[in-house]
Design a protein around this ligand. Structure first.
Ligand code: ATP
Length: 302
């Protein structure tokens, strides 16, 4: 059963169309990701779902409700973690939880929630004294305190170190295990691949694909990637003019060549002809990022 239905959503800022006819449905109990590069329209889309922005076109239903009309009712069902969740500096963790739980008809036991999120020791700590990871965990606790049916997490792990990011992933899985449907915005490939049941790829306000991570990767299956360190400077055009090559990018001292067909043979032949040796040559597996390149011609993570 679809818990969120977005149909032909359009949102403009002045003359600029940030979301241009996006449609998707989120099923109950899934972790659904919206993935795309900066400025793709991800946040605008979820803010329309949350009722924070007024769409210029299309229709949205969340748990059968209209986010514009049924704002009060929706607030009871949606747990929203804002992109830059800031609380007053001096507000204590326990006070914040108490305050937020008072907004809801059927709040969760916030002490238990803090325990789950490993924040019990911070009950009397002021917001400003929390680390980045602790602030993120608190913002999740606040998003969950109303016992929501749907949690909306926007760029939850941006700015976290790798360990804190992994902890946040475990947490998102635990949220789903509590029966909450999760709608998350991300531009991290690994995060999307590891966590999401299905993904909507968004680029320049349009939905370019919607599938499971594995399904999306299989769309780019014919794409391969070679990574190597050229032994001498190389004019990229000798590679980009090859019919097998889709793109050539520099990554530090390495070159990353993406393409199709017998890419390895084509590239190594050209290198040999130019007396260039491919040091540390690796053939890499197709990733979600490759799928995005195959679909749009550019990368998500820059
Ligand atoms: N209030 C606003 N007024 C004008 N333009 C806006 C406004 N909010 C967003 N935009 C523009 O709309 C586009 C989509 O923005 P949005 O924040 O939805 O993208 P995003 O995919 O979430 O990007 P990011 O990953 O950088 O947060 C961007 O080009 C942005 O500059």
């Amino acid at each position: 059963m679809a818990i969120i239905e977005v149909t032909n959503l359009v949102k403009r800022y002045g003359d600029f169309t940030a979301v241009n006819g996006v449609s998707f449905a989120v099923e109950q109990g899934e972790i659904f990701g919206i993935l795309g590069p900066n400025g793709a329209g991800k946040t605008t889309t979820v803010e329309c779902i949350e009722g924070l922005r007024i769409p210029d076109g299309g229709a949205i239903k969340v748990c059968g409700l209209d986010p514009q009309r049924d704002t009060g009712e929706l607030r009871q069902l949606l747990g929203v973690q804002l992109q830059k969740s800031e609380l007053p500096d001096k507000l204590k963790v326990g006070e914040a939880m108490e305050l937020y739980s008072s907004f809801y008809r059927h709040p969760a036991d916030w002490r238990e929630l803090l325990e789950t999120l490993n924040l019990t020791g911070k009950l009397d700590a002021q917001f400003r004294r929390l680390s980045g990871g602790q602030k993120q965990r608190l913002s999740i606790a606040l998003a969950l305190v109303g016992n929501p049916r749907v949690a909306v997490l926007d760029e939850l792990t941006t700015g976290l170190d790798p360990q804190a990011r992994r902890d946040a992933w475990d947490l998102i899985e635990r949220i789903r295990d509590r029966g909450v449907t999760v709608l998350m915005v991300t531009h991290f490939m690994e995060e999307a691949e590891r966590l999401c049941d299905r993904l909507a790829l968004i680029d320049s306000g349009r939905l370019v694909a919607l599938d499971t991570p594995a399904g999306l990767v299989s769309k780019a299956d014919d794409q391969q990637r070679l990574r190597f360190r050229p032994s001498a400077p190389l004019d990229h055009t000798v590679l980009t003019t090859l019919p097998e090559v889709t793109s050539v990018e520099r990554a530090g001292s390495q070159l990353v060549v993406t393409g199709t067909g017998n890419l390895l043979l084509a590239v190594t032949t050209v290198l040999a002809r130019n007396q260039v040796v491919a040091g540390d040559l690796r053939v890499e597996q197709t990733t979600l990022d490759d799928a995005f390149v195959a679909l749009t011609g550019r990368r998500i993570e820059s």
